[in-house]
Design a protein around this ligand. Structure first.
Ligand SMILES: Cc1ncc(COP(=O)(O)O)c(C=O)c1O
Length: 404
């Protein structure tokens, strides 16, 4: 009876696979099994230890009571919002319209509340980070998808245009969540040509009604080639500056500073000047979580003012980028050595290996002590948590499970 009273329960068609598979891996490990847990979404070192960036924690330790304890402003400290925006676009002198949010997740949620009406449809690329579906359900919107390009293939622009246009015409507006560059779960980024073609398509569509492109940036510090990230950000900036498509960004310190539990982030529209958007977003802040944690805001401000700390942070990012690349390359080589398709990786914490029967395959892998996250069309492997030395065992288990 209570189930019927709870709207999200009526639509929820199963537990989050990330949570379920991670719990299964932990249980198997606790029972003494030798486990490869590829479900993790946080950086682990090669001993399986949770990574916390020293440069960040050194500053955290310096925070004074007044940098931690008082309420932050409802919409977030404007200096924090500017500093976080400038981590992405260093030349910007304003974050436009924006608010602090509990991580990027909070930013995604606020975008649904404010840019769509209940019953409308959100568009994103599949495969996607599975909480996107939860966020949609929680905010009473439907989620439609377009295919993220397969490795080595280009974006199916016709499919993207047809779906986007259908949604725009049906509901008079379009909200597209784009987790690019550094896409979770594929571990890839759109090519320059695909990104530009997509931007041109959105620009054209905006003639038919308001189009919002919301960039979900979670893993930008962990790209094989950081230059590709800078280039993507410059393109999105140019699109935002034109003013035809409303361009916003979900920003987060979770991965960037390994401050997952601090819940620091922001929803910003750096090229928007409409105060109404700010009023709406800050009303939502007040009406959901009131305000966000002050400590990580203070921390970012300290980081911004401390060149030595910034250099130390950059060195740590460079180190972990290299570790991720080494792990992804080891996995790629091990898969090929087993006669399987490799794993392409540009950025982020994951790779996705295509599979038609992902849940069944993931289930078979658990019998080999290997835990992955099944998704529509593939299995997600967290290179953030699987050391290079485990790649051969992983690949052998996958070959055996694919055959089985
Ligand atoms: C694609 C993507 N977007 C957003 C987030 C949000 O993370 P947070 O709310 O911790 O900033 C994550 C975290 O895993 C993610 O993978």
């Amino acid at each position: 009876m209570l189930e019927q009273l709870i709207p999200s329960r009526r639509q929820f068609d199963g537990a989050d696979p990330i949570f379920t598979m991670n719990a299964a891996a932990q249980k198997a490990a606790a029972a003494g099994a030798s486990v490869i847990n590829a479900t993790m979404g946080a950086l682990l070192d090669d001993d399986g230890k949770f990574v916390v960036l020293d440069s960040v924690m050194a500053l955290y330790g310096q925070l004074t009571p007044m940098e931690i304890a008082p309420y932050a402003p409802i919409a977030g400290d404007p200096r924090f919002l500017l500093a976080l925006t400038q981590r992405h676009w260093p030349d910007l002198t304003s974050y436009g319209m924006g608010v602090a949010t509990p991580g990027g997740t909070g930013a995604l949620a606020l975008s649904l509340k404010n840019l769509l009406e209940p019953g409308m449809t959100l568009l994103t690329a599949a495969p996607y980070w599975s909480p996107y579906a939860t966020l949609a359900i929680e905010n009473r919107v439907a989620l439609d998808t377009v295919p993220y390009p397969q490795a080595g293939e280009s974006l199916d622009l016709d499919a993207w245009r047809a779906t986007a246009e259908r949604i725009l015409r049906a509901q008079g507006r379009l909200l597209l969540w784009l987790n690019d560059p550094c896409h979770n779960p594929t571990g890839r980024s759109l090519s320059t040509a695909d990104r530009r073609a997509l931007m041109a398509m959105l620009r054209e569509l905006s003639a038919h009604g308001p189009v919002t492109l919301l960039l979900d940036f979670a893993y930008l510090d962990y790209a094989r080639d950081p230059h590709t990230v800078t280039e993507a950000l410059a393109d999105y900036r140019a699109l935002g500056e034109e003013g035809r498509v409303l361009v916003g960004a979900c920003l987060s310190l979770s991965k960037a500073f390994t401050l997952y539990g601090a819940r620091a982030g922001a929803l910003v529209f750096p090229w928007c000047t409409e105060r109404a958007l700010f009023e709406a977003l800050s009303t939502s802040c007040r009406g959901t979580y009131s305000n966000c944690a002050r400590a990580p805001m203070s921390l970012l401000l300290r980081m911004q003012a401390d060149a030595a700390a910034q250099a130390a942070l950059a060195a740590e990012h460079a180190h972990w980028r290299t570790v991720l690349a080494t792990r992804a390359d080891a996995l790629d080589a091990a898969l090929r050595a087993e006669g399987l398709d490799g794993a392409a990786w540009d950025a982020g914490f994951f790779v996705t290996l295509p599979a038609d029967d992902a849940p069944a395959l993931a289930e078979r892998l658990t019998r080999e002590g290997v835990f992955v996250v099944p998704m529509h069309g593939g299995i997600r492997v967290g290179v953030c948590g699987v050391r290079a030395a485990d790649a051969p065992r992983f690949a052998a288990a996958l070959r055996a499970s694919r055959a089985g």
